[in-house]
Write a protein that binds this ligand. Sequence first.
Ligand code: GLN
Length: 493
Amino acid sequence: MTDLTTLGIAAIRDGVRDGQFKAREVAEAFNAKVAGARALNAFLVETPEHALAAADAADAARAAGETLKPLAGVPIGMKDLFATKGVATTAASKILEGFVPPYESTVSQNLWNAGAGMLGKLNLDQFAMGSSNETSAFGNVISPWRRPNDTAPLAPGGSSGGSSTAVSAGLAPGATGTDTGGSIRQPAAFTGISGIKPTYGRCSRWGTIAFASSLDQAGPMARDVRDCAIMLEAMAGFDAKDATSLKLDVPNWEAALSTDLKGRRVGVPKEYRVDGMPAEIEALWQQGIDWMRDAGAEIVEVSLPHTKYALPAYYIIAPAEASSNLARYDGVRYGLRDLPEGAGLQDMYAATRAAGFGDEVKRRILIGTYVLSAGFYDAYYTQAQKVRTLIARDFERAFEQCDVLLTPTAPSAAFALGEKQADPLAMYLNDVFTVPASLAGLPAMSVPGGLDKDGLPLGLQIIGKPLDEQGVLNAGLAIEQRAGFTARPQAWW
Ligand code: GLN
């Protein structure tokens, strides 16, 4: 019998529906994989009973002859940034240790309504701040990938590093991610899987622990483009509880998947040829351009002149919003409380935050409060907001000449854990290709394109017009077909 954990979302859904295997067998197989992979530290909480309950419901529905829900029998991993009712939710921060939400996030509820089950809560960079999963208060996630003849632990990308690891190591057929400046796309690229950040407002932010509210978007991470389309359909949709949620029907992205790009124009932004870009990334990008042409697309060079200001603008806007969002963690309402002997209220706030927030989170709060302070507001925050508008306008102009954009996802393959931790600026540079689409709220996806000289995955990014997830998915599928990427990490854990 086939190892059920080798199957993706579509194959599991179809197999359960057609009676090839029971949903319970699928859940049991993945639960066992999760339990056997603790060395990767991908899961903060395991919830095998949740996966089994959803599976039993799917099997019962099938036995009763009911039409199955779109994700019936599919167990997934849930990034621990989504509040899950009755299941500990920490955003990988000590300050939320012990917090058990009395409510369910809209995105996770949508997935349960679609019949999915939960394998557990996935580790991440603390409050989703990071690119390597090294800022988690509960230990690094170790990428399942390794360089040849080298046991040095590699970064799985971040902040959705638990999600990328779970999917690429075969512990889950799909997982949720969130992307504020690249946290779905960069970890997907580092681990050889696919992930899409939809248009800002497609997925409700309600019940998702906030980092930078004007940027945060949820999205799926899965083994291939079709699985991403299926999962995104379940996650997305209007939600009255999120004021920025888009009041639009969710398209049937899976049904409209097509790899025929005839008549489509693919833009190649010249400003993404950054200094010091490794030759391998450059070569992969060229390969991607050739694949697009082979799929029938016309290639056009476009200009996004403000690209070089995207990263500095992001690292002002995101910390500014974070400093405001994180003010709610004061020791009064949730999680940790540090109340020293004889302390007053202010002392309790200070002690709780000092003990509860990690270094990167503190750095962001300091930057955020600084750029929002009276004397510096105009010089930094207002300026960054202006740059954000210019970046959005760059994309609008480019999209007059093309339908989607093709770029590398990240400027390098996965690096070793510890390699960039001492230098926050080097770490922030990871986001150079992903941040602009985030600032403009555009849908963007990473698909695996090939391997570097060390056998590590590299990703290609497709950026689309607002609400054109379909165009992004179809271009992604055209690459997927041509890349024929089948590499998987060899289990060493
Ligand atoms: N790496 C980026 C940061 O640290 C993006 C994080 C994210 O998208 N959540 O802010």
